[in-house]
Design a protein around this ligand. Structure first.
Ligand code: ARE
Ligand code: CA
Length: 483
């Protein structure tokens, strides 16, 4: 389904990239649940290759479907899913099902395998389960993205390509995904979906179980979002997949980053029809993000994508994304890395054991964990999105350039100044008269505001002043943070 299966009034998920299950379970209880987040995309939970240097991308090289990975054991995974569901937070699994490992010979669950001979006894898959004979390129790799046959049937960067059309292969994948569903997982990111035939994926989805009714209610289907990078210019389109689930709309983060960076003459005022007005897929078909684990380090779509390295602009882009009613947002939660080493794995003890996430008194993270989702300007916008609910955009205002404002019905209102001069303006907020806490500059805690207080007059207007030199040149208010 395209429905994220969220608990009521939760609209923002977070990708806890490379986090351990024990940490995610704690995070659901101590932060994500209370702060109104809807779900967590977790790193691939199944057995993966162990590659020298322990790069993050070893987890995209499956060895078997045993639930033992760098993030933890099967027991820890089950405990995490239960505790997160109890906290009202859903778990979405990154499902790597297009291929198996190209490197290594012993997996994270201790299974021996031989990638050259395509022997993966932990499943078991053997040479017969891979599609080499279907691939017509000289190298056996995908050489040309303009040829859909090779994109589907050849090896993606040398990774042995599974014959998903074969019953035995499909059934092993279905068995794996149904085990996760029975544990209580609410959905899947389908990794490398561009490299699998839509009809095979449709068959697979048809064989998935309903979600456990005691947690989700009767007849609920798993949420599916496909990773299909479509920036235009290739014959394979994201719309080849939207009939079966959502698709990650990679143009969203690319275009939004370009606008906030003011590249190619872009301006914030052009965002007034962001979404289908910009040629993107329909709202309900899209899963969106500013950046993801690939393009934040130059893999995948790449480009001018904003990341935590450009924190000021990143917060502006994220604030717009969470204020704007389009798509299902997944916030990237990163660990720090050396930009000259795009393979660098998560903070670890040097023996491949991932460190615990450190939580500081001010809610931020330490120990190399960036935790964008714990930045005040970001977690408060997740609450803004919940307060805005399904209200439409109203009261759009712009200065013809990079100063914009809009409300979400009569529930929430945001102003952004990305110009090189200050904003000084009476604006219509759409909100009821009263005093509101600006959730960019502070928090609304126990009925008090630690940031700026914004007064909305009886006619719904307020006087807004935002200097362009502010760290966060934005004001955001909503009815759940009214004084
Ligand atoms: C690693 C090494 C390779 C080596 C390979 C096999 O880096 O040098 O050949 O292992 O030994 C991730 C990493 C890869 C890594 C892989 C396996 O990014 O570097 O390879 O794990 O360990 C295409 C796909 C898209 C894919 C991106 C990265 O269409 O599906 O490439 N994204 C997903 C994940 C990745 C993951 C994989 C898939 C594989 O999000 O994290 O790879 O499971 C245009 C096209 C895009 C294309 C893009 C880049 O934009 O339109 O379709 O994306 O170029 O080629
Ligand atoms: Ca394939």
């Amino acid at each position: 389904t395209k429905d994220p299966n969220s608990a009521p009034n939760r609209h923002t998920a977070v990708h806890l990239f490379e986090w351990k299950w024990t940490d995610i379970a704690n995070e659901c209880e101590r932060f994500l649940g209370p702060y109104g987040f809807s779900g967590v995309q977790v790193s691939p939970p199944n057995e993966h290759a162990l590659i020298d240097g322990r790069p993050w991308w070893q987890r995209y090289q499956p060895v078997s479907y045993k639930l033992q990975s760098r993030s933890g054991s099967e027991a820890e995974f089950i405990d995490m899913v239960n505790r997160c569901n109890n906290a009202g937070v859903r778990i979405y699994v990154d499902a790597v099902i297009n291929h198996m490992a190209a490197g290594g010979n012993r997996g994270s669950a201790g299974t021996s395998y031989n990638p050259g001979a395509k022997d993966f006894p932990g499943v078991p898959f053997s040479a017969w389960d891979f599609g080499d004979s279907l691939c017509k390129t000289g190298s056996g790799n995908i050489e040309n993205y303009n040829d859909p046959d090779q994109v589907r049937n050849c090896k993606l960067v040398g990774l042995p390509d599974l014959l998903v059309s074969k019953d035995f292969v499909l059934d092993k994948i279905v068995e794996f995904m149904n085990r996760l569903i029975n544990i209580g997982v609410a959905g899947f990111r389908i990794d490398a979906a561009k490299h699998m035939w839509p009809n095979d994926l449709n068959k697979l989805i048809g064989k998935l179980n309903n979600l456990p009714s005691q947690t989700f209610g009767n007849n609920k289907r798993p949420f599916i979002y496909f990773e299909v990078i479509d920036l235009g210019g290739e014959p394979i389109k994201n719309t080849d997949y939207t009939w079966m689930g959502r698709v990650s709309e990679f143009r969203y983060g690319k275009f939004l980053s370009e606008v906030v960076r003011k590249k190619f003459g872009q301006k914030l005022k052009y965002l007034n029809n962001f979404g289908t007005g910009w040629g993107m897929i329909p709202d309900g078909d899209a899963q969106i993000m500013v950046d993801n684990h690939d393009n934040q380090r130059g893999h995948g779509a790449g480009g001018d994508i904003l990341t935590f390295f450009d924190s000021r602009l990143y917060k502006i882009a994220t604030a717009f994304m969470l204020a704007w009613p389009y798509g299902y947002p997944v916030i990237m939660s990163s660990y720090n890395f050396n930009r000259n080493n795009d393979a660098q794995g998560p903070p670890s003890d040097g023996n491949g054991n991932t460190n615990n996430v450190i939580i500081n008194a001010d809610l931020s993270c330490g120990g190399g964990w960036i935790c964008e989702h714990r930045w005040r300007q970001i977690y408060n916008m997740a609450r803004f999105r919940n307060a805005a609910g399904f209200q439409p955009v109203q009261n759009w205002w712009d200065n013809g350039n990079n100063q914009i404002a809009f409300s979400r019905g009569n529930k929430a209102f945001i102003v952004i100044n990305n110009d090189d001069h200050s904003l000084d303006q009476w604006l219509q907020t759409g909100l009821p008269q009263g005093q509101y806490c600006d959730i960019m500059s502070g928090n609304f805690e126990q009925g008090r505001c630690t940031g700026k207080v914004i007064t909305v007059e009886g006619d719904g207007r307020t006087k807004v002043t935002i200097s362009n030199s502010e760290e966060d040149p934005m004001i955001a208010i909503h009815v759940d943070a009214k004084l």
